[in-house]
Design a protein around this ligand. Structure first.
Ligand code: TPP
Length: 672
């Protein structure tokens, strides 16, 4: 009898592993234990790079951002507490989130130091998004907010309006929504921060996207799979993502899984994903400042070293990219207990931490004391402006993460160089007589589009580009692959470290990449089977909503369309039977405003070419989310019957081919 073992097949003989992995909780959860978010900093990277004066200033800047964050949640008047706080100066309905603000702001501010020191080109992506006060307060401290919204000026009146508008009727939402300068990711529905972040850095070699990942968010499927994006990052031609897993321990009501597994297990998880995780853990501000300063700097230098080495040698190998695990208390710097219940360091700090200020005078007092603990009088001058000494810590101009034009990608977007689509057309001598596949014909055209746009156009898909018959594009751009290579890959594998097609079997991840790519000013297309594009229904919704909101903001420049080519129609159940899903993705698209979506149903090869040309050109001018679909079979059958001939442009009695094709789209401007 053969005893089963964990076996690893290799070409030159089998090797097996019978070692037992060192799993299982090894460390107790206690205030002194390694899993506690409390205490003096514990960190992988040692060192204290900050002088006393620097540390004090960074701490003061952080306090300023935290003061503003709490102010946003509660106040509609008396912004700097120049008078004792009264209930009527607070908002009647308290909304927003506090839990992740301090950790996010802490990371943001420490990265500012490195932006200044190394002249970094960086953006910040707030994974949970509902930590928006952290991002908004930093945009305000950097002056960007007042530049974009002059009525939210850097003075007492402006601050009062800035506070009041947050989560207030007619104001802004409590997430990093499109109104937030510097944001390309609103959070809201959790799970897409890492794929968005990677999408931003492909083909942007000097960009670092600093992404804060919620530990709750990290439990979602889309986020869990998106860690693999590092296998598609070319250190020569792409920038870098620096993920910071925000291990603040709790979600809305529950502990997070990653905060309650052993240190070894957590480390092994991220090593397994191909990262080098650096830990920064604790709650004592002074030592945490030093630990975070040292760790972030170490990571930036490591990123630079990886990139310099790859760019010098010309060898695009897959390195172990750095990442950070920041374990800090949820609601850090709030009172530890209120009314006998744990607040800071517990799930109660997730949203508005003290909710009964209107009915409980004691709670109002606690809130006031808490806000005053940040010492606003030391941070802002008599007019309500951040003190010049602190202001000097913020990066300048477009180096501010809130003002980086990459996060308003339409500003940087270059139109695609478009070949003439007629050059790829199928010759039609007489109607209904020519047989030609639509998608292969499109593949020929996309190959030419790619050839002329090798730096700002990519094609994405879960695993179906070849199955969808788009393989002509591989003549110009192969599939990105930074993993290991086997000899058989040379036999039609089409893999290359500098490819232009991105395939991973996660519709979520490829959709996230494309969104990140176009939100930062580039162009692309997803091809996917109709039965499984449903997987990203909800991401599509979120992107469409983002676009709709952007349309109301004059300062947001239009970005390229999100193009989806949908193939393998579910109407054909003869092959896969009833195992595949339904054609309902179009229902999801069709219920969006026509201002943001277009559906095209091109019934033959040449019409599909015309659609591809139209949508690509359109994307250069307007803000559109377009569903390029090839759901065409039923309409064509109607046409075929009428013309009595084979596949190809057909006529229905009394109508020209033009008018027939026109019915195949929801776009009034398409002129096939
Ligand atoms: C996909 C999804 N499911 C559920 C929610 C509801 N929700 C909002 S916040 C939250 C907890 C998030 O925890 P975490 O990501 O750790 O955020 P943080 O603690 O940093 O605020 C949940 C479940 C959501 N926003 N998105």
């Amino acid at each position: 009898m053969i005893t089963p073992t964990i076996k690893k097949e290799v070409r030159d003989g089998a090797r097996s592993t019978l070692r037992r992995a060192p799993l299982g909780p090894k460390k107790e959860i206690s205030n002194d234990g390694a899993l506690s978010a409390y205490g003096t900093a514990r960190s992988t990277v040692k060192g204290a790079p900050l002088s006393r004066a620097e540390l004090d200033k960074i701490d003061a800047y952080w306090r300023a951002s935290l003061y503003l964050s709490v102010g946003m949640l509660y106040l509609k008047d008396n912004p700097l507490l120049r008078k004792p706080l009264k209930v009527e100066q607070t908002k009647a309905r308290l909304l927003g989130h506090w839990g992740s603000d301090a950790g996010q702001s802490f990371t943001y501010i420490h990265f500012n130091r490195l932006i200044n020191k190394y002249d970094l080109n960086a953006i910040f992506i707030s994974g949970p998004g509902h930590g928006a006060p952290a991002v908004l307060s930093n945009a305000y401290l950097e002056g960007t907010y007042s530049e974009v919204y002059p009525d939210k000026s850097e003075d007492l009146d402006g601050m009062q309006r800035f506070f009041k508008q947050f989560s207030f009727p007619g104001g802004i939402g409590s997430h990093a929504t499109p109104e937030t300068p510097g944001s390309i990711h609103e959070g809201g529905e959790l799970g897409y921060s890492v794929s968005h972040a990677y999408g931003t850095v492909y083909d942007q070699p000097d960009l670092i996207s600093l992404v804060m990942v919620g530990d709750g968010e990290a439990e979602t499927g889309p986020l869990a799979t998106s860690w693999h994006s590092n296998k598609f990052l070319n250190p020569i031609t792409d920038g870098a993502v620096l993920p910071v897993l925000h291990l603040n321990g709790y979600k809305i009501n529950n502990p997070t899984l990653l905060a309650r597994i052993s240190h070894d297990e957590l480390e092994a998880l991220f090593v397994g994903y191909g990262y080098t995780p650096y830990f920064v853990e604790g709650s004592d501000p002074s030592s945490m400042h030093q630990a975070m300063a040292a760790t972030l700097e170490h990571c930036v230098l490591e990123i630079r070293k990886i990139q310099e080495e790859a760019r010098r040698s010309g060898k695009a190998v897959r390195p172990r990219w750095p990442m950070i695990v920041l374990r800090s208390p949820k609601g850090w710097t709030a009172p530890r207990k209120v009314g006998g219940h744990y607040l800071e360091g517990f799930w109660r700090a997730h949203q508005v931490p003290i909710a009964d200020i209107a009915t409980n005078r004691e709670s109002l007092k606690v809130l006031e004391q808490w806000m005053r603990s940040y010492k606003p009088e030391e941070l802002f001058d008599k007019n309500g402006r951040l003190s010049p000494e602190l202001k000097a810590l913020a990066p300048k101009g477009s180096r501010r993460m809130s003002a980086n034009p990459i996060a308003n990608g339409g500003l940087l977007r270059k139109p695609l160089e478009m070949p003439d689509f007629r050059d790829s057309a199928v010759e039609v001598k007489k109607p209904g007589a020519t047989l030609a596949g639509s998608v292969p014909t499109l593949g020929n055209f996309l190959r030419e589009v790619m050839r002329q746009n090798m730096q700002n156009f990519r094609i994405f898909g879960p695993d179906e580009t070849e199955s969808n018959q788009l393989q002509a594009i591989y003549e110009v751009g192969k599939k990105v692959w930074l993993g290991e290579y086997f000899p058989e890959d040379a036999d039609g594998g089409q893999l290359a470290p500098n490819g232009r097609v991105m395939e991973m079997l996660s519709e979520h991840t490829v959709e996230g990449w494309l969104e990140g790519y176009i939100l930062t000013g580039r162009h692309g297309l997803i091809n996917s089977y109709e039965p499984f594009i449903h997987v990203v229904d909800s991401m599509f919704n979120q992107h469409a909503k983002w676009l709709e909101k952007c349309g109301e903001l004059p300062w947001r420049a239009p970005i390229s369309s999100l193009n989806l080519l949908i193939t393998a129609l579910v109407w054909r159940q003869d092959h896969n039977g009833f195992t595949h899903q339904d054609p309902g993705f179009l229902d999801v698209v069709a219920n969006k405003s026509p201002e943001v979506v277009r559906i095209y149903l091109p019934p033959d090869a040449n019409t599909l070419l015309s659609v591809a040309d139209h949508t690509s050109t359109l994307s250069s001018r307007t803000r559109r989310s377009i569903c390029n679909t090839s759901i065409w079979t039923r309409r064509l059958r109607t046409a075929r019957k009428a013309s009595g001939s084979g596949t190809g442009p057909a006529t229905i009695k009394g109508s020209s081919p033009m008018s027939l094709w026109r019915h195949a789209a929801t776009c009034p401007r398409w002129n096939p």
